[in-house]
Structures are given as C-alpha cells and as structure tokens.
Design a protein. Structure first.
Length: 607
C-alpha cells in the first residue's frame, strides 16, 4: 500500500510520474514502476528497490507517451521483486493496472482465471485485476473497470490504462484514497494530493465506490451504479508545495525543529475574549457539549499516544470521562456506548484504515463523531461530523513528530472548550490560554538540549534494549519515546508507567540496558525519584529528562537532559522534544534511513 500517480495531457508523462512518485517516497516502499502509452503500445518499466533505480531504467530505456500511470509498492502479496512491482499487465498486454489496498478474494478469482487459461506472471493479488478488466473490456475502459470491481472483495485505489484508448486514465476507489488533479497541462490522478503540488491547481477527492474517467481535457466521476456524480472542487492546499528539507539532513529533523511554529499555527485564531477556544469546523455547540457524558478517543500508533494524553487533559480540565481505544480493536468490538458519548478519532493522514473503520461504525450506531486530523480533504476529515485540522503542514518523515505535539495542543484546546462550557471559571480558562501561548517559546528553549542529546546518543547507541519510564501525563510520552526509537533505529524499546517497572520489567535491568526517566518537577516527582533509585540500585544506567536547574536528579542520573519548566498538563509537549531528538541521533549513528525506516509506511490504509 503506497503511492499512485497518473497523468494524461499535453506533455510527456514519464517526468511527471517520476516526480510525483518522488514526492510520495516518504510513505515507504520497496519497488517502483510506471507504464506509458503512445497509442500503439504500452511501455512498461518497473524495478525493485528505490525510486532512483526506476529513474536509471527510464533514462536508459525511455517510456514515451503523454499519458501513463505509476506506483510505489510495499510488498504484501509476494516479495519485493521486479516481477511483483506494479504496474501489472493483462495476459495480452492490453490493460495496465496499479493498485493500493488488498483484494481479499484474490485466491478465488485467481483460481477461476487460471481455469480459463490465464497464466500469472507475479505473486500479487493485484494481477487478478488486470486480467478481470481485460476479460470485460469491449472498448469502454470505465465500464470494464466498473464491471470487474463488482466481483472484488477488499479495498482498492486503482489507476488503469488501456492500449486501445490513448489518453484515457480510469481510477476507482474503495477504502484507499484517490484524488484527481486539474492542471493547465492536463489531468492527474494520485493517492495523495502532495504528489500534485506544482502540477495541479485544483483537486477533487473521490469517495468510496466511485470511478472516474480522465483524458487531457475533461473528467467524469460516476458511482457504482454508473450514474454521474457531482463532487466538490477544491484549491490545492498551499502548504503541499513546501515539503523540502532545506538545510536539514533529514525531514524528521526539520520537522522536529518546526514544532514551535506548528504549535503556534495550531492555536492561531482559536482563542476568544471569553477565555475559551473555538473551532470553525467542530460543529458542536455549547448546548451539545453540556450533553456530552463520555468521550471515546480512537487512534493508532503515535496518534494513540496523543489520545492517551488527551484522556488526562479532558478529565482534568473538562471533568469528562474518557476511554482511549486502539482503533484496530475498537472496530471489531461491540461495547455498550451510551447516547451521550462522542467518538473522537485522531489521525495524521486522515486515511488510516482502522481509524476510518472505527469512525464509520460509530456513525452507523448514531454517535456524534469528531476528528483531529492534519490532512485537508482526507477521508476521515470529510466523513466525521466535525473536527479540527492540526495545520502542521506536510509531515514527510515516517516517524511522526510535529503531528504528535500538535495533536496534544489541539486536545488541550478542546479540553479547555469543554471545560469552559461546564465548570472552568474565566480566570482558569485564561490561565490555560496564557500557558498555551507560552508553549512555542518553551519548545524553542527545549530544542537547545540538542547538543546534550547528541552526547547521550553517542554513549548509548550500542544498546539493544532501552526502557522509557514516566508517570501520569508523561506515561504516554514514555510510550511515544520508545516507539520513536523502535521505528527509526530498530533498537528494542518499551515504555511503562514508572511505578509498574517493579512489576516485571525491572528483571530486564542490567548495566547494558539504559532507562530513560521522564522526571520534570510535578505532583509525582518524589515517586519518580524513588523509582529511579530502584534502577540505580540494580546497576542500570539512567538517562533523565528533568527540569532545567534541578539539583536532585543529577545526583542519581548518569546523564541529564534539561527541559524548561511548564505546567504539568503541558509537559508532554516539551518532554517529547528530547525523546524525538534522541531517537533521531541514535538512528543516525546506527546508519539507519531515518526518513524511510524499513517495513513502515506513512499512511497505513490496510489492516
């Protein structure tokens, strides 16, 4: 499940396809390919490995034509080989397909096609689509795609071309994003609008079970019954063109350093004179807020950790009970959910398959659904009853950094909004606003720990296991710090509530297993210091993230990383900074591909 780019228009297609795929590299992939058409033939080029390998192949053997489709693939069915790379051709080489998603009944379809004499040339589930579409093709590619998809179970974002229809690209979507780009030189198709920045001026987001027909001058969208559909046209988001590294060696480091700005953007224009927050797209008025009896937050990965912080925030500032659920589990459960419950989905991409399924199930049951999302026009952003955009700009590094801190910031503002409609006084509300407004400066100050982090990373880069320990608001940050280290350095790490360490994990402690303690001043500071004593008594190295100027922590810790003092409920944002930097610096020392870690994709749109 990775990137799709298609083009048809008045310029050579292959440079557009290669550049579009380059912009989607951050999603992760293990092979890349394209097919173009000159009307008399389909020109297929594909290669396992990085996009640069495909670029070399196309330079040596050009792919001519003014329309084509391309793809970057993460292996699901079949290994990362040239023959399993997309696009896939039909048996007589007249149809070419690229596909994101999973065809769940591919084995049955493959058996039926083999019985009809079809010889398969790959191990993928996608190849069945090329043969099915070819079977039903009678001069109308859109009709053939629609008919073939009627036999398919699973998810898909498709782009298809036919040798007999020069200039035509057909797309289809179910559970996997697809967007049409409208530009001065023609029409585009992509799995992410970021691939189209600088090419397209406007975009149209396809909905589930919609198909589209593009040529160089017009586009048509139809539903599964083949009826025309009117879909809103949007200006392409301005920030999509800003995804360049600048002077930074990696996108991840750039995005870590962008956090003072992204936090300010998340808050800009969202406070008012009533000492509360307001959100233009929340669609949840004060009367409805007072009727909220419970909030269920559902998310995956880093967004799940942000939601865990949100649980503390909502319960403290708004006195609303909160449950945090992994979306992958929540979607398959049948929990009793009261009428006064709001389901809040958190997602950076807005396309996470499990989170989208959880949101849809909640809507089906009649619950109010909200979303916190970074991607304008994404499926979750469009399908939720209301929500809040992060305004963090494109996050290219696979390991999320600025989206996490922006999610926590937005959750704090939401908790303030709920609290002010229920019990928080104006003075209390204004104090929260003042604290939030000071947060970007605090994060800027926290970034000054980078040199100290580099020294700590050099000392512990050879460790094979690392424990991350925190309490209360900082327990989710311990989980997030461990996840960051695992994601980009491939070092095993685990996060725990600091007090739980003695209920099992302490057995792992030895002189080669460092423990990272989150120990800024707060209500449970003395308890955390006691937990730190237990680690030191067993010979374990201690790295402490502590309040700047603290004189107790250095007496125990082997290494101290200072952060500025902020109120406890905002410590997760500030404490996340050194953990992000630590993971980054260790990954660099280990020689890892920081922005594109192995086996990971930026947007997980399959189960």
């Amino acid at each position: 499940m990775c990137g799709i780019v298609g083009f048809t228009g008045r310029r050579e297609a292959s440079p557009v396809l290669l550049e579009g795929l380059r912009r989607l590299e951050y999603r992760g992939y293990d092979s890349a390919g394209m097919v173009t058409s000159t009307g008399d033939d389909l020109h297929l080029r594909k290669k396992a490995g990085r996009l640069a390998e495909l670029g070399k192949l196309v330079a040596a053997h050009p792919a001519p034509g003014r329309h084509g489709i391309s793809h970057t693939r993460w292996a699901t069915h079949g290994g990362a080989t040239d023959r399993n790379a997309h696009p896939h051709l039909s048996a007589n080489n007249d149809i070419a397909v690229v596909h994101n998603g999973v065809i769940e009944n591919f084995a049955t379809l493959k058996h039926q096609l083999r019985a009809d004499g079809v010889v398969f040339r790959s191990d993928t589930d996608t190849e069945v689509l090329s043969h099915l579409i070819s079977r039903y093709y009678q001069g109308d590619l859109l009709a053939a795609v629609t008919t073939a998809l009627g036999l398919v179970k699973g998810t898909y974002g498709l782009a298809v071309i036919a040798k007999a229809e020069p200039g035509v690209v057909v797309g289809a979507r179910l559970g996997s994003p697809l967007v049409i780009g409208i530009g001065p030189d023609g029409h585009y198709l992509a799995s992410d609008a970021s691939a189209l920045a600088g090419f397209a001026e406007k975009v149209v987001y396809l909905g589930d079970r919609q198909v589209c027909h593009l040529d160089g001058t017009e586009y048509v969208i139809r539903n599964q019954d083949f009826d025309p559909v009117d879909v809103p046209v949007h200006d392409i988001a301005r920030y999509l063109g800003d995804a360049e590294r600048g002077d930074f060696p990696h996108f991840m480091l750039k995005e870590i350093y962008e956090q003072p700005e992204t936090l300010a953007n998340a808050m800009r224009g969202r406070f008012d004179a009533d000492a509360t927050a307001h959100f233009g797209g929340l669609n949840l008025g004060a009367r409805q807020v007072r009727q909220v009896e419970r909030v269920i937050m559902t998310a995956c990965g880093t967004s799940y950790h942000a939601a865990m912080v949100g649980e503390y925030l909502f319960e403290e500032l708004a006195r609303v009970p909160v449950e945090v659920e992994y979306a992958s589990e929540f979607r398959y459960r049948n929990p009793p959910v009261d009428r006064g419950t709001v389901v809040l989905a958190l997602t950076q991409s807005g396309e996470t398959a499990d989170t989208l399924a959880a949101l849809r199930e909640s809507k089906r049951l009649g619950h109010t659904t909200l979303a916190i999302c970074n991607t304008v026009g994404s499926t979750i952003a469009r399908e939720a009853d209301g929500g809040v955009y992060l305004r963090a700009g494109p996050e290219i590094g696979v390991a999320s950094t600025k989206a996490f801190t922006s999610q926590v910031c937005v959750l704090t503002m939401l908790a303030l909004y709920l609290g002010r409609t229920r019990h928080l006084s104006g003075a209390q509300g204004q104090r929260v606003i003042d604290d939030l407004r000071a947060l970007p400066a605090a994060v800027r100050k926290a970034l000054e720990c980078h040199d100290q982090v580099k020294r700590v990373a050099a000392k512990y880069a050879a460790a094979r296991n690392v424990l991350y320990l925190g309490r209360q608001y900082l327990y989710p940050v311990a989980l997030e710090g461990a996840l960051k280290l695992k994601e980009i350095s491939y070092i095993h790490a685990e996060g725990y509530p600091a007090a739980e360490m003695k209920h099992g994990p302490i057995a792992l402690v030895d002189e080669n297993t460092p423990s990272v303690f989150l120990a800024p001043r707060g209500n449970v500071f003395d308890k955390v210091m006691s937990n730190m004593q237990e680690i030191k008594a067993r010979g374990g190295p201690v790295i402490a993230v502590a309040s700047a100027g603290d004189d107790e922590v250095p007496a125990l810790a082997d290494d101290v990383i200072p952060i500025p003092d902020v109120p406890e409920y905002l410590q997760p944002v500030v404490a996340a900074i050194p953990l992000q930097l630590l993971a980054y610096e260790i990954a660099v020392l280990c020689g890892c591909d920081v922005d594109k870690p192995r086996n990971l994709a930026k947007s997980v749109t399959v189960e």
